[in-house]
Design a protein around this ligand. Structure first.
Ligand SMILES: NC(=O)c1ccc[n+]([C@@H]2O[C@H](COP(=O)([O-])OP(=O)(O)OC[C@H]3O[C@@H](n4cnc5c(N)ncnc54)[C@H](OP(=O)(O)O)[C@@H]3O)[C@@H](O)[C@H]2O)c1
Length: 312
């Protein structure tokens, strides 16, 4: 699956023949608009060519603006970057998929997408409210649509040449399997939380077997402290090989055959997070043997993003 031993340039082929996804991805889950623009430009300048967006992040316009300016300033062609965005839970009804897609594309200022993901398998009440809640504060789910029905509309977007590949996110193997089996256009990418405390080995094996790209979010454990960045095994390896804990964690993710998303917010961190290379085999194995198990993001349980409180 891995195409090149140089992690910075590594691109992983997509199963539907729709090109390659750069292993190192920049995530745009950044609440502040000005920071979004600056960080996206910095990531492009540092060398990132893969950008992960979502209608849910409410900053596609800012990301698009930064990308247009950055491509022009750097003489970089649209074809050289890989852009993903995601369909939010309140747009799962088949008739809402294409309008949601076109609205994202419009905000991003692009005329095609490299990858479109169903953000979570949870359908919320259809409408413009991204977070529909009842009087008790509980999410209002939509029982009137199945994930497969939503997937069929995603396939139509590929048929019409509006996006090159489609995939799933925040999903477990048990839910990926029926979609994979019924899909006319197989999911090209599955995006999930993954790091040494949540290696998702079974899903990774499935993905490798089927040629589906496993795309890890939270490779640094969302930067939460205490956490992975201070793990004694990671810190010791970083000191031994002269890298930072972040570089060790990102290298581990690529070395095990996944693509990743990280969200550096300063130019120095963008350069740091892009400057990764192969770990010594013994260090790689040491990380594989870490026993701590911890999920950080509960989106996979409810469809609603949020950090799981430490120690719960
Ligand atoms: N599918 C989903 O539901 C889902 C959910 C979450 C995220 N994502 C995607 O995944 C992307 C990655 O986000 P993430 O939070 O998972 O990324 P992450 O890289 O695990 O964590 C990002 C945080 O780590 C800190 N950080 C970054 N580089 C660092 C470094 N070199 N040294 C020390 N700390 C560093 C930053 O904290 P500071 O704030 O201190 O700068 C940053 O906010 C998101 O932007 C989004 O695109 C998807």
């Amino acid at each position: 699956m891995v195409e090149s031993s140089d992690f910075q340039m590594m691109r992983i082929p997509l199963n539907n023949g729709a090109g390659h996804i750069p292993a190192l991805g920049f995530g745009t889950l950044i609440p502040d608009a000005a920071v979004t623009i600056r960080a996206t430009r910095d990531a492009l300048e540092a060398g990132f060519r893969h950008f992960d967006c979502a209608e849910r992040y409410r900053n596609e316009r800012e990301v698009g603006e930064a990308l247009q300016a950055g491509l022009a300033a750097g003489g970089i062609a649209r074809e050289e970057i890989f852009v993903t965005t995601k369909l939010w839970n309140s747009n799962h009804r088949p008739e809402r998929v294409e309008p949601a897609f076109e609205a994202s594309l419009n905000r991003l200022g692009l005329d095609y997408l490299d990858l479109y993901l169903i953000h979570t398998p949870f359908a919320f009440q259809p409408g413009d409210d991204q977070d529909p809640r009842d009087q008790n504060g509980n999410i209002i789910y939509d029982r009137g649509v199945t994930l497969l029905e939503t997937w069929r509309s995603m396939e139509s977007l590929v048929d019409r040449g509006r996006c090159r590949a489609i995939g799933l996110s925040d999903i477990g193997l048990n839910e990926v399997l029926p979609i994979y089996e019924s899909a006319r256009i197989k999911p090209a990418v599955v995006q999930v939380e993954a790091h040494p405390y949540l290696p998702e080995t079974e899903l990774l094996e499935f993905c490798k077997d089927k040629g589906v790209v496993f795309l890890a979010f939270a490779p640094l454990g969302h930067g939460l402290r205490p956490g992975l960045l201070e793990d004694p095994v990671i810190s010791a390896i970083a000191a031994r090989i002269g890298k930072t804990p972040a570089q060790v964690l990102l290298a581990w993710a690529v070395q095990r055959g996944t693509a990743l998303l990280t969200t550096p917010k300063t130019p120095a961190r963008a350069r740091e997070n892009f400057n990764i290379s192969t770990l010594p085999e013994d260090a790689f194995e040491q990380i594989n043997r870490i026993q701590t198990r911890q999920r950080l993001n509960e989106v996979v349980k409810t469809g609603s993003p949020g950090f799981i409180a430490q120690g719960r």
